[in-house]
Write a protein that binds this ligand. Structure first.
Ligand code: FE2
Ligand code: FE2
Length: 237
């Protein structure tokens, strides 16, 4: 199975032309499935639909799985988190993008599970507060949601020990090689052991820093996409 792993495409700050060039020149050959690790958008909700539409045009028939990143909650206009959930579900349904949160996906002998995730740090040093306009305290709400979803993913994997398990979440639960020792912007590092002990692969994004390490027998991959520089990782299993 040939899997195209992309993410942090940040439509908007990464120009549509740059993304077209990336899909045309770098994402070539046959892929059985595509996994996007979140951060479709940059600073507005319109970018999510534009980014999703663009990739669907390039890969009209390939199953595309995704989780959402922090930028996917950013907007120029007031919004609340529940409305955004509905808005995203509508876009994903229209373009046949499979949102992994609450929805595992099976292809042959591979089980794909995932959850969006959030920071483990309750007060992360990020610009999110400026662009997430919800009245709900989003760091608390999204972190609690991430913890619940992480638990659900674990129970799904426990019933599928005969399958290869690929888990996906936007925020890695381990520090990146670019910022050693810095856990202020990642998922709860306490999740690292139980995620790696219960999956064969863990796909993450967010740090914009390439990583390919194996922990507890689980290979953790971050393709390292950055603003204006989309990158891919092709995983063959
Ligand atoms: Fe990102
Ligand atoms: Fe991110």
């Amino acid at each position: 199975m040939r899997i195209l792993i992309i993410g942090d495409t940040h439509y908007g700050i990464t120009s549509p032309g740059r993304l077209d060039k990336f899909y045309f020149e770098e994402c070539t050959g046959h892929f059985d499935i595509i996994v996007h690790v979140g951060d479709w958008a940059c600073s507005d909700q319109s970018e999510i639909e534009a980014g999703v539409r663009q990739i669907r045009n390039w890969f009209p028939k390939t199953p595309i799985l995704t989780v959402r990143g922090n930028h996917d909650f950013w907007s120029q206009n007031p919004h609340n988190l529940h409305d955004l959930d509905k808005f995203h579900a509508k876009i994903f349904e229209h373009y046949k993008i499979h949102h992994l949160q609450n929805n595992p996906f099976i292809l042959k002998d591979v089980l794909f599970v995932g959850f969006d995730g959030w920071y483990g740090n309750p007060d992360p040093p990020t610009n999110d507060d400026r662009w997430i306009h919800s009245d709900i305290p989003h760091n608390v709400y999204l972190a609690d949601k991430a913890a619940n979803e992480c638990q659900k993913v674990l129970s799904e994997t426990m019933n599928a020990k005969d399958k290869t398990i690929i888990a996906t979440t936007h925020f890695p639960p381990l520090e990146s090689d670019c910022f050693p020792g810095d856990t202020s912007m990642i998922a709860n590092p306490k999740w690292l052991d139980f995620l790696t002990e219960n999956s064969n692969y863990l796909l993450c994004g967010h740090t914009h820093c390439f990583q390919d390490v194996t922990i507890n027998g689980c290979r953790i991959i971050n393709n390292g996409s950055d603003y204006g520089t989309p990158r891919k990782f092709i995983l063959t299993i």
